[in-house]
Write a protein that binds this ligand. Structure first.
Ligand code: GLU
Length: 498
């Protein structure tokens, strides 16, 4: 099956229901639609499916927009952008759906059903007991039109059901080939509720057709909906779009993805400070691959290389290790100046420093960030790992404590060293200060006749609380004088504590 038809402009859509946050699966669907549109010079539409009025909230709508903005998934038409095929909120399109229902009724392809909840519950219970197929028994399908009129006029509540005829639904799917469903497996499903509101499947058909959507790319959990939607398109004599059902995302042991496997809301990844390019790369690789070797894809690579045909049919795995790997890969590639810009508001939010201090101390902040960004996968990790420059050390990591204890007389030695480096803080130029630390340390080692190997672990431990730190000269030069000297002079507290 060919992906495109050169005679028509590609129009795809992302159609989230604003009933919660934008989750990983939704973000991936949005990305695949976005990539397909960009790859083919098409249009990417955002449509908010708020037919479930009770569960849809304005906060969830905002969360979706924020998630999309974080990932840079710019929509061409939709809320905030406008377009020729709006409105882009389903809640504002009732009249369009009503027309479709009326047209199906007029064609005899839909019918009013007066069955009560109690009747349907009893029916279901008896079918389950008899172990026969559970579904609507079509009691109201062939009611006499006079009776229908009488009951409607008497104010009896009713829904509208779609009449599923005999046959087979064929779904043109670009990932799985043609998918077939026997019509007998599909109930005469409801298209309009008793309160007059239309259901999702009818609304989607009205919207996909009204918005001239050419390709519907969404999770394979929608396949049974697709079968119903294709029946509706056909009954309404509307062109059926092409479909691409993408595999679901599983946890590491092929179980359903849940909160346990890490944050599933996109906003949480933003809060943790994964760079958008890392997230895009990660999302794209869940289900899509270019070849078996390549793992790293930039935004532009993805646009150039993306195709629906190379999406796998089997499930996609959520692998947090891969995310961390991609996180640090893309962090390394970001210029430090940009990482600093993103880190600063986080440091201010943590009350490590004020905005004013941040502006005055940029050079040191730049170097502090630069030395960390090489080995961290998120902005929050960078913040955590430079926290020691701003905050007192609460405890030493066990390895750091162990190495401190190992060296005899270390507390005294570190105190002495503190007095020797006091003067380096007078040096305002950072490079000169780093050099001055080096000179002071070399002289100190000679004077005391100890090796760097004996002294360095202790310095690292008391200054940062950790066994691994930035290079020693930089580390000292990048610290404020008072905490640096104070921490070097009070190694005792750690040794006596344990
Ligand atoms: N609103 C549906 C959902 O959030 C998506 C429907 C569709 O893509 O057609 O699952």
């Amino acid at each position: 099956m060919s992906e495109t038809n050169s005679n028509e402009g590609i129009r795809v859509r992302f159609a989230p229901s604003p009933t919660g946050y934008l989750h990983i699966g939704g973000a991936r669907t949005a990305l695949f639609n976005y990539l397909y549109a960009r790859r083919h010079g098409g249009t990417f539409v955002l449509r908010v499916e708020d037919t479930d009025r009770e569960r849809s909230t304005p906060e969830a709508v905002q969360a979706i927009f924020e998630g999309m903005r974080y990932l840079g998934l710019d929509w061409d038409e939709g809320p905030e952008k406008g377009g020729d095929y709006g409105p882009y909120f389903q809640s504002e399109r009732d009249s369009i759906y009503d027309e479709l229902v009326e047209s199906l009724l007029a064609k005899g392809k839909a019918y009013p059903c007066f069955c009560t909840r109690e009747r349907l519950d009893e029916l279901r219970a008896s079918q389950m007991e008899a172990k026969t197929r559970v579904g609507y028994d079509r009691l109201c399908r062939d009611l006499d039109p006079e009776e229908v009129k009488r009951r409607q006029e008497a104010g009896e509540p009713y829904v509208i059901r779609f009449k599923v005829e005999e046959g087979t639904v064929r779904i043109p799917d670009l990932i799985r080939g043609e998918v077939k469903f026997k019509n007998e497996e599909i109930d005469d499903f409801i298209i309009r509720r008793a309160d007059g509101t239309c259901v999702y499947n009818l609304a989607v058909v009205g919207d996909d057709s009204g918005m001239k959507i050419t390709h519907v790319i969404r999770g394979e959990d929608h396949l049974t909906n697709t079968a119903k939607q294709v029946l509706l398109f056909e009954a309404l004599d509307l062109p059926v779009p092409k479909y691409a059902h993408i595999p679901l995302i599983f946890g590491p042991k092929r179980q359903k993805l849940s909160k346990r496997h890490g944050a599933v809301s996109v906003t949480e990844y933003d809060e943790k400070g994964y760079l958008p390019e890392a997230m895009l790369n990660f999302l794209a690789r869940m289900g899509w691959s270019f070849d078996d070797k390549e793992e790293i894809f930039s935004h532009d690579d993805l646009i150039e290389k993306f195709s629906l045909e190379s999406i796998s049919k089997s499930g996609a795995m959520y692998d947090v290790k891969k995310l961390e790997h991609l996180g640090s890969h893309w962090m390394r590639l970001r210029p430090t100046e940009e990482v600093l810009e993103m880190v600063l508001p986080r440091l201010v939010a943590r009350s490590y420093l004020t905005e004013e201090q941040a502006q005055q101390d940029r050079e040191r902040l730049f170097h502090r960030v630069e030395l960390e960004k090489e080995r961290r996968s998120t902005l929050e990790e960078i913040c955590d790992n430079i926290a020691f420059y701003f905050c007192a050390i609460e405890e030493l990591e066990p390895k750091a404590l162990k190495s401190l204890k190992k060296q005899e007389g270390i507390a005294e030695l570190l105190s002495k060293f503190a007095s020797k480096i006091e003067s380096v803080f007078g040096e305002s130029d950072l490079q000169a200060r780093i050099k001055a630390v080096e000179n002071a340390l070399t002289a100190f080692l000679e004077e005391e006749d100890v090796s760097l190997k004996q002294l360095a672990p202790g310095i690292r431990a008391v200054l940062t609380g950790r066994p691994n730190t930035p290079p020693l000269f930089d580390l000292i030069a990048l610290m404020d004088q008072a905490p640096c000297l104070q921490r070097l002079s009070s190694a005792d507290q750690w040794l006596s504590e344990s």
